[in-house]
Design a binder for this molecule. Structure first.
Ligand code: HEC
Length: 151
């Protein structure tokens, strides 16, 4: 199957390029969780995920309008009563331009932070984007409906 071979080669190239991108991007460490809305919680076995974003983002989602640039959405991952890590997606004007078109989640960028604010240099954020690409049309968010229905 020739096409499979080609697809495999393309995947290998993307993976090696992406691992070179395991570095700081434009996403900021969220310092203001107390000012954000805790709009939903997802439980996965031993892991509890608190999701946060701004009131403005929740209002936009409810109104069917685009979430404004400057918004952060945060997944705070709790294990054994402590914060293990923070997954953050943040939207900025033209931030998609930092990536090749096929690898974009429009103007959202993703980052994995440890609680001390450092980033996980072993992660390539292309992995985040490629999975979240499946949520095109819903701000690339898996919990978009929960946000839209949040009061
Ligand atoms: C294999 C798919 C997959 C990958 C890879 C992935 N995510 Fe997610 N992400 C999800 C799912 C599914 C949820 C919904 C919560 C849940 O089910 O645990 C989610 C939720 C989130 C949320 C909360 C907003 C939302 O979309 O619901 C953020 C923020 C987030 N992920 C960031 C990241 C970051 C940062 C990375 C990379 C370090 C990443 N994700 C990698 C699937 C993925």
């Amino acid at each position: 199957m020739k096409s499979t071979v080609i697809a495999g080669a393309v995947t290998a190239t993307l993976v090696s390029t992406a691992s070179a991108l395991a570095e700081q991007n434009r996403v900021r460490f969220p310092g203001n969780l107390g000012e954000l809305e805790h709009y939903t919680t997802v439980r996965r076995g031993e892991v509890t995920e608190f999701m946060y974003t701004s009131r403005e983002a929740a209002d936009a989602a409810k109104a069917g309008e685009p979430i404004p640039p400057g918004t952060q959405v945060i997944l705070q991952d709790w294990r054994n009563g402590e914060v293990y890590r923070l997954f953050v997606m943040e939207k900025g004007e033209n931030w998609g331009d930092d990536y090749e078109e096929a690898m974009r989640t429009e103007n959202w960028q993703f980052q994995w932070f440890w609680p001390d604010g450092s980033i996980n240099l072993n992660e390539n954020t292309q992995r985040c984007r490629s999975c979240h690409q499946a949520r095109d049309g819903r701000e690339f968010m898996y919990t978009f409906d929960q946000l839209r229905n949040y009061e």
